[in-house]
Design a protein around this ligand. Structure first.
Ligand SMILES: [Zn+2]
Ligand SMILES: [Zn+2]
Length: 382
């Protein structure tokens, strides 16, 4: 056997490479030398094994430290011996983010299993909550109809232990390699085994309620907590609460609950702040007034409109907005003042207003001055 190459050299990296550099380099080299891409090329196969071994060591913190110290001559030897054969890394797995890491847990687990890990389907459910529940957090529940493990056969799909056998078409791997001729090219692809549907097993004595699938459709009640301040559209993940795999062939998928928050009667949300428009009568803007509104946190919200307020002015009420993540206080309530214009006034009121007009409205000869003053005010930004 020839001299073993340095692991960093194999991956084309320096000794200072970060974990993500190592992962990136491995992915790209594994794609390049993968046997599926280089059928019958012994050189590529050896390079592929070399790359796998280098990655297995360098991606493990402890193994890497030992290798950095002792190189290939570690006192306790190579955990894989010199006959490291690698594991069957599926070509597709090198392109998909999801199952990549699980493939590698197989390396550290001794590489015994040649079957690709399969996970049940993820489920997505939408759930509506009130603005009040968003504000205070709540315990929610929802009915969902989905596949669950068949209780009759405990998910195996067979009436008895003897009622299941390994699929002969794919040798129990669940996947087969197909070669297809396209013009002058041979294209290899890996697909789910059509005989067993990718499970690697054949049920010879099927359970009746689930017809051999190991799963049945059923209504179930999901209970979950919604944290205070959750944003509209957030997806909560309930690990392992998705669909089980057929024949208990792998872990269940996840259940995602997308939270939709109903509108509030008057508040809009901006991060952890609450915004509202507040119509106030002319007289109240002029003389000032305290208003009291019921609020989401249970104590009344006091809006103190100072005398001489203008429509468009805002009032900030600090610390009465939405709870922030992980107990970092609360946002503010911002109140935008509007001028309330009454819908229909009686003749009597209108004539009273006419009388008042001389003292509160702008006189004809003051109009230009007033416009100038407004412009100066606007430009000075006060
Ligand atoms: Zn069953
Ligand atoms: Zn099969």
């Amino acid at each position: 056997m020839s001299e073993k190459r340095d692991y960093y050299e194999v991956l084309g990296l320096s000794k200072k490479a970060s974990n993500s550099d190592i992962k990136k380099a491995f992915r790209s080299l594994a794609r390049k030398y993968h046997p599926d891409k280089n059928p019958g090329d012994e050189d590529a196969e050896n390079r592929f094994k070399e790359v796998q071994e280098a990655y297995a060591i360098l991606s493990n913190e402890e193994q890497r430290r030992q290798y950095d110290t002792f190189g290939h001559n570690r006192p306790d030897g190579n955990p894989f011996g010199s006959g490291f054969q690698g594991v069957n890394i599926n070509f597709e797995d090198l392109f998909s983010g999801g199952s990549f890491d699980s493939v590698f847990s197989q390396i550290f687990g001794g590489g015994g299993s040649r079957r690709r890990e399969r996970r049940g389907n993820d489920l997505l459910m939408r759930h509506r909550i009130s603005f009040d529940s968003m504000f205070n957090g709540s315990e929610e529940e929802s009915e969902i109809e989905s596949l669950i493990e068949c209780s009759e056969c405990m998910g195996s799909g067979a009436k008895s232990k003897e009622g299941v056998s390994s699929c002969s078409t794919c040798d129990g791997h669940g996947r087969i390699t197909q070669t297809q001729r396209i013009g002058p090219f041979l294209q290899e692809s890996v697909a789910d085994c059509p005989n067993c549907g990718g499970s690697g097993r054949i049920v010879t004595d099927p359970c009746s309620p689930c017809r051999g699938d190991g799963r049945v459709k059923k209504d179930r009640t999901i209970r979950f907590s919604v944290p205070p301040g959750i944003s509209h559209g957030t997806r909560l993940r309930m690990q392992g609460q998705g669909e089980p795999t057929s024949g208990r062939n792998g872990p269940s998928g996840h259940l995602y609950i997308e939270i939709l928050v109903d509108d509030h009667d008057w508040f809009e949300r901006s991060d952890s702040d609450l915004l509202m428009a507040f119509p106030v009568g002319y007289n109240d803007l002029l003389s000032g007034k305290k208003f009291e509104l019921p609020h989401l946190d249970g104590s009344p919200l006091i809006i103190d409109v100072p005398a001489g307020s203008k429509p468009g002015d805002t009032i900030d009420i600090r610390g009465r907005g939405i709870p922030r993540n992980r107990g970092r206080g609360r946002g503010n309530v911002t109140v935008l003042l509007k001028l309330h214009i009454p819908d229909n006034l009686s003749k009597k009121t209108l004539s009273l207003l006419q009388e008042l007009s001389e003292s509160i409205d702008i006189l004809d000869h003051e109009i230009e001055d007033s416009i100038r003053k407004e412009a100066r005010h606007r430009r000075s930004g006060v």
